[in-house]
Ligand binder design. Structure first.
Ligand code: HEM
Length: 489
């Protein structure tokens, strides 16, 4: 890699220890959440849109971390040359092999099974489900209160996202009213089990199985894994024994794959569980966190919230409930999400590996093209955060400006969903639910940061830093976003 500047460290920068546990220690580890903390800074320091990493544990590894749009495009559009390092996805494969953590023929089989479920018919169902879930929240939970105050916005956005993937993805009947009841035969609610598994799954990588009985916390994590497995098995049994007739959701696509005559095309029980888990996780965590960051940004930038509200009022004929056919007109709601995903991409890094000796072309800080040698076996990290804060593509990148997505924008420099053959399959699913939820909420409520006595007198920048603090998780996670929703109508 011709002495390309970068990290020379003991621990691989993308590993669980380096990214989740250890502080920055020179020569050892770049520190927890270093990709999001540093954004484009490493590239400024090292003078180009790529930096190298050389580490020795858990094995000797060379890496190139990219924040250059052309180089990223080359990587995402050459699947054979830059496949996924499937070993890096084992954190998502505890319940079984699945579409996100596979490659080659195996991945093609999963994608062929899952892709048809993301149809226009399903999008319409996602929209209708989202409207119903939010209306129920207004009527059954928020009721006639003029002000709703929450200590952490994820407490609102997580159940919304979970109900929608439950209903529109898996035909699971859940409601705000019975959300907290533990069904007989279980020790945790479904929501709780899924939440513990998604937030604690990294422990499964670090702690050997035999130690999971040692502390109460570890026992709870083990219980959540067991409970979630049981819930998913019950969902399969229930659906297999019911009339699948008119349902066109994700679940039927996965189960129908098991009705084919060609045994080699069928999913094994583990593959079925693995893929159900992936859709549950992909379908709720990204959505919940993105909604939370969007609400936080709108609360911090009230003038942007006013513009959004004004636009929504111009589109909605009855001023409260948007229809699916109005979705293409809700351009400002879409722009708010794109800007939120630019600033807070839920998947900050997307790993690939070089399958051959090759090269990549990138740029130095003067905009001069540079050809970088890429030996076979090099890890290629697409740094969506670095790309999204690269001033070559985005003016004033730390400021929330949804209007940059109302005209034309540099598409190749916007990669929250990755791109090419391995791009996110649920992008439209998210956009549909997100626009419905945001539009309904902003039409009826004004979002503000909750005032708390201990923070009186803080500056805007301090408040912004506090509200928008993140930590690493399966996806980029907001730490604590205290908000107030004040009724407008
Ligand atoms: C804000 C919302 C979302 C974002 C930012 C997002 C982002 C991504 C990214 C970056 C990838 C590629 C990951 C990698 O290569 O390691 C991906 C893959 C995927 N996403 Fe999403 N996602 C979102 C919502 C969803 C939803 C709602 C679903 C399903 C209901 C979903 C299903 C999938 C699937 C199945 C894949 C694997 C595609 C494949 O490899 O063929 N995503 N997503």
């Amino acid at each position: 890699i011709q002495d390309l500047p970068g990290y020379r460290i003991l621990l691989w920068q993308g590993g669980a220890l380096a990214n989740f546990l250890l502080p920055p220690v020179s020569g050892i580890s770049p520190g927890v959440n270093h990709i999001f903390r540093n954004k484009y800074k490493m590239y400024e320091d090292w003078g180009r849109d790529v930096f190298s990493s050389v580490c020795v544990w858990p094995q000797v590894q060379i890496g190139l971390t990219l924040a250059n749009a052309a180089a990223v495009k080359e990587v995402t559009s050459s699947r054979a040359r830059f496949p996924k390092p499937t070993h890096d996805y084992r954190v998502l494969s505890f319940f079984g092999r699945n579409i996100v953590g596979s490659e080659g023929e195996e991945w093609k089989r999963y994608r062929k099974i899952a892709a048809p479920a993301f149809s226009e018919r399903n999008n319409r169902m996602v929209w209708e489900t989202s409207v119903k879930v939010v209306e129920d929240m207004f009527n059954l939970v928020w009721r006639d209160q003029d002000t709703i105050s929450v200590d952490h916005c994820v407490d609102v956005t997580l159940p919304i996202a979970l109900f929608i993937i439950g209903v529109a993805g898996f035909g699971r009947k859940v409601s705000w009213e019975d959300d907290e009841a533990i069904p007989s035969g279980h020790l945790l609610t479904f929501k709780n089990a899924l939440h513990v598994v998604t937030t604690q799954v990294v422990l499964k990588l670090i702690v050997p199985d035999r130690l999971f009985g040692m502390t109460e916390h570890l026992r709870n994590v083990r219980l959540a894994f067991d409970e979630l497995r049981q819930y998913m098995k019950e969902m399969i049994d229930e659906r297999q024994n019911s009339d699948k007739g008119l349902k066109h959701d994700l679940f039927n696509s996965l189960l129908d794959a098991n009705d084919v005559d060609d045994l080699s095309q069928r999913l094994t029980d583990d593959e079925l569980l693995g893929n159900i888990f992936i859709f549950l996780v992909a379908g709720h965590e990204t959505t919940s966190h993105t909604l939370c960051f969007a609400f936080a940004l709108l609360a911090l930038y009230p003038e942007e919230q006013d513009k959004l509200h004004h636009h929504i009022m111009g589109v909605l004929s009855d001023k409260t409930v948007p229809t699916y056919d109005q979705m293409p007109q809700l351009t400002h709601s879409m722009a708010v999400f794109n800007e939120t995903l630019r600033m807070f991409p839920p998947v900050p890094t997307i790993p690939k590996i070089s399958a051959e000796d090759t090269t990549l072309v990138t740029e130095n800080s003067n905009g001069e093209r540079q050809t970088i040698p890429v030996p076979k076996g090099t890890k290629i990290i697409i740094n969506t955060v670095g790309l999204h804060y690269n001033q070559k593509y985005w003016h004033d990148p730390s400021t929330f400006k949804p209007s940059r997505f109302l005209g034309d924008w540099p598409r190749d420099a916007f990669q929250p969903y990755s791109s090419g053959a391995r791009a996110c399959l649920g992008r439209r699913f998210f956009e549909t639910e997100g626009i419905a939820i945001l539009t309904m909420l902003v039409a009826r409520y004004k979002i503000e940061v909750k005032e708390e006595p201990q923070f009186v007198g803080e500056t805007f920048e301090e408040r912004k830093a506090r509200i928008l603090t993140t930590r690493p998780g399966l996806t980029l996670t907001p730490v604590r976003v205290p908000l107030v929703f004040k009724r407008r109508v």
